[in-house]
Design a protein around this ligand. Structure first.
Ligand SMILES: C[S@@+](CC[C@H](N)C(=O)[O-])C[C@H]1O[C@@H](n2cnc3c(N)ncnc32)[C@H](O)[C@@H]1O
Length: 258
C-alpha cells in the first residue's frame, strides 16, 4: 500500500517538520545508537544522523527505503537501511539507546506486537519516542471518512490513529515506559491554495487513500468516495479564499524504558 502513489513527495510538501520535532524531543545526540521503526524515506532518521547518531532506518516498504537512501546520499549522511516488519524486528534485544517512530509504527496492524518489539530492542533506561496522529485530529477524521470505502483490514488490525491516544499508549506499554513528554501539538499545512487541492494530493499520493479509492471504484462507489473526501477537506479547512490552511493534530510521546 505504501509503495503506491508518491509518499516521498508528501513528506517534501508538508510533513518535513515532524522528523526533527521527534528527534529533538528524544534528545538524540552524537554517538547514540538509534532505531527509526517504520522510517519510510527517513524523515526522522536523517535529522538523527545529522546530529551524529548511528542510525538504523527500518521499514516494510523497500521503495521508500530506496528513496531514503537517495536522500541520505545527497545529504552526505551514512545510515543503515533495513527492510523489516515493525511487528517482528530483526534486531537483538536491547540493541538501541533510542527507539523512535514518526507517524510510522502506528500503521502496522497489530499494535501490541509492535509495542512489545519497540520495548524489546530498546535498552533499559533508553528512550522510546513516538509521534502519532490523534483520533480526534484531521488524520483520525480522514481514516473515519475513508473507512466505509476501504478494503477490509487484516484480521485483528486496530485503527492507526489509536496510537495518538494517551490511554491507548498506556495500555500498550504499561509500566515498561515512563512517559516524560506526552503532549499534543498540530502540524500546520498551508501548501494548498484550495481545500480540494488537498483531496487531490491525497488521491494521487497517499497509499491508504489510493487503496480506499480503488476499492470504492470496484464497488461502483467512486463518486460517493470523492464527494466524501472533498467534503472532508472543506470541513477541515481553516484558511481564507486565497489559501487553504489545515491543522493536523499529533501526540508526541517520549519516555524512558524501565
Ligand atoms: C506515514 S508513513 C511514515 C514514514 C516516516 N516515518 C515518516 O515520518 O515520513 C508510514 C510508514 O509505515 C510503514 N509501515 C506500515 N506498516 C509497517 C509495518 N508493519 N512494519 C514496518 N513499517 C510499516 C510504511 O511502509 C510507511 O513507510
Amino acid at each position: 500500500m505504501w509503495a503506491s502513489g508518491d509518499y516521498a513527495s508528501m513528506v517534501e510538501t508538508f510533513l518535513l517538520p515532524l522528523g526533527p520535532r521527534l528527534v529533538e524531543a528524544c534528545g538524540i545526540g552524537e554517538g547514540d545508537r538509534v532505531l527509526d521503526a517504520a522510517a519510510g524515506t527517513g524523515n526522522a532518521s536523517l535529522p538523527a544522523a545529522e546530529r551524529g547518531a548511528s542510525v538504523t532506518a527500518s521499514d516494510l516498504t523497500p521503495e521508500l527505503l530506496d528513496a531514503g537512501r537517495r536522500r541520505a546520499e545527497a545529504a552526505g549522511l551514512d545510515l543503515e537501511w533495513v527492510e523489516a516488519d515493525a511487528e517482528n524486528l530483526p534486531f537483538e534485544d536491547e540493541a538501541f539507546q533510542v527507539v523512535m517512530s514518526a507517524i510510522g509504527a502506528m500503521f502496522a496492524p497489530h499494535h501490541q506486537e509492535v509495542a512489545d518489539e519497540l520495548v524489546r530492542v530498546c535498552r533499559p533506561a533508553g528512550t522510546i519516542g513516538l509521534l502519532s496522529w490523534t483520533p480526534e485530529g484531521m488524520i483520525g477524521a480522514l481514516f473515519r471518512t475513508m473507512g466505509p470505502f476501504a478494503p477490509p483490514p487484516p484480521p485483528g488490525a486496530q485503527p492507526p490513529p489509536l496510537w495518538g491516544s494517551e490511554e491507548h499508549l498506556n495500555e500498550l506499554f504499561g509500566d515498561r515506559v515512563t512517559w516524560r513528554t506526552l503532549e499534543r501539538d498540530a502540524l500546520e499545512v498551508t501548501a494548498f491554495e484550495q481545500p480540494r487541492d488537498y483531496a487531490e494530493h491525497f488521491k494521487a499520493r497517499y497509499g491508504p487513500t489510493i487503496a480506499a479509492q480503488a476499492n470504492a471504484r470496484r464497488e461502483g462507489r467512486e463518486e460517493e468516495f470523492e464527494e466524501a473526501l472533498n467534503r472532508f477537506c472543506d470541513e477541515w479547512n481553516l484558511g481564507t479564499e486565497e489559501r487553504a490552511r489545515f491543522e493536523m493534530e499529533y501526540l508526541l510521546a517520549v519516555g524512558e524504558r524501565s
